[in-house]
Design a binder for this molecule. Structure first.
Ligand SMILES: Nc1ncnc2c1ncn2[C@@H]1O[C@H](COP(=O)(O)OP(=O)(O)O)[C@@H](O)[C@H]1O
Ligand SMILES: [Mg+2]
Length: 255
């Protein structure tokens, strides 16, 4: 079974909410599903580059490009891959000096994934970010599907209900939730994603949530692809179609 794959922007102005964690884990899931994957590290702090530097060469390959200025990303390079994943830095929507970077990323992507922590402060910052995103001129000119993913989920139920209500009003889905777990740091330190920690029970418990996010991305890519004019394909259309294993398969290990 083939999967349509989109170019995915992982973004939130808040630092530490899990952008690099989500971007690297998505890259790993797609690479293990047989896709050719480019991970664009658009953060000056270059955490994804460090992550890629720790990755064993015998694992499925992920090409890392450090591009602090996404306006300089060459579409010719992007076209070589089934999927391009953009890991953005903090402050992208709030710092005026990052305005062109934010615009460039909004233009390059097909879908947008917004990781969000569940504290009251993070939810407030996340709401502000989603508002800035959806009122941005570039997004309004060419709206791209947005998914919020809860990360390091705790028991701030009131805050989460508040967030759910806000997202429903904007018609933005809260697609998935990832638990607070040391396996994320463990995988990150080894240049891995959690779908590569198959013998780890805590990692396997997370697979369902990742599968849910990947299914949402796949569905939105298929829709974007069918709506796109002929001759302006998604990166997936340039696919060299390697093993074409289903992405879900990479995250469908025993739970
Ligand atoms: N679900 C999680 N459970 C536990 N730790 C997490 C989780 N998600 C991220 N982390 C840790 O939180 C820290 C910040 O995450 P990171 O992905 O670097 O955030 P950002 O890129 O938004 O700054 C990292 O040390 C990472 O390992
Ligand atoms: Mg980061």
């Amino acid at each position: 079974m083939t999967h349509s794959v989109a170019n995915i922007l992982v973004v939130n102005s808040k630092g530490g909410c899990g952008k690099t964690t989500v971007a690297t884990n998505l890259a790993v899931a797609y690479a293990n599903g047989g896709k050719s994957v480019a991970l664009f590290d658009c953060d000056r702090q270059a955490s994804a580059r460090q992550w890629a530097g720790a990755r064993d060469l015998d694992l499925p390959s992920i090409e890392l490009y450090h591009r602090p200025d996404p306006a300089k990303i060459d579409p010719g390079i992007m076209a070589r891959y089934d999927t391009c994943i953009f890991d953005s830095g903090p402050g992208i929507s709030t710092q005026p000096m990052l305005r062109t970077e934010f615009e460039a990323l909004l233009k390059l992507c097909d879908v947008i994934v917004v990781p969000m922590l569940s504290s009251t402060w993070d939810i407030q910052a996340g709401k502000n970010f989603v508002t800035q995103l959806m009122t941005h001129r570039v997004w309004r000119n060419a709206p791209k599907p947005i998914a919020v993913v809860g990360n390091r989920i705790s028991t701030n139920l009131a805050g989460q209900q508040h967030l759910q209500h806000f997202l429903r009003c904007l018609d933005v889905p809260a697609v998935s939730e990832f638990r607070e777990s040391p396996i994320y740091a463990e995988a990150g330190d080894r240049g891995k994603g959690i779908v590569e920690l198959k013998s780890n029970r805590a990692a396997r418990k997370e697979y369902k949530a990742w599968r849910t996010l990947i299914c949402w991305i796949d569905e939105k890519s298929r829709q974007a692809k069918s709506e796109r004019l002929p001759g302006i394909p998604l990166a997936a259309s340039h696919s060299k179609s390697r093993t074409e294993k289903g992405i879900g398969d990479a995250a469908t290990e025993r739970t």
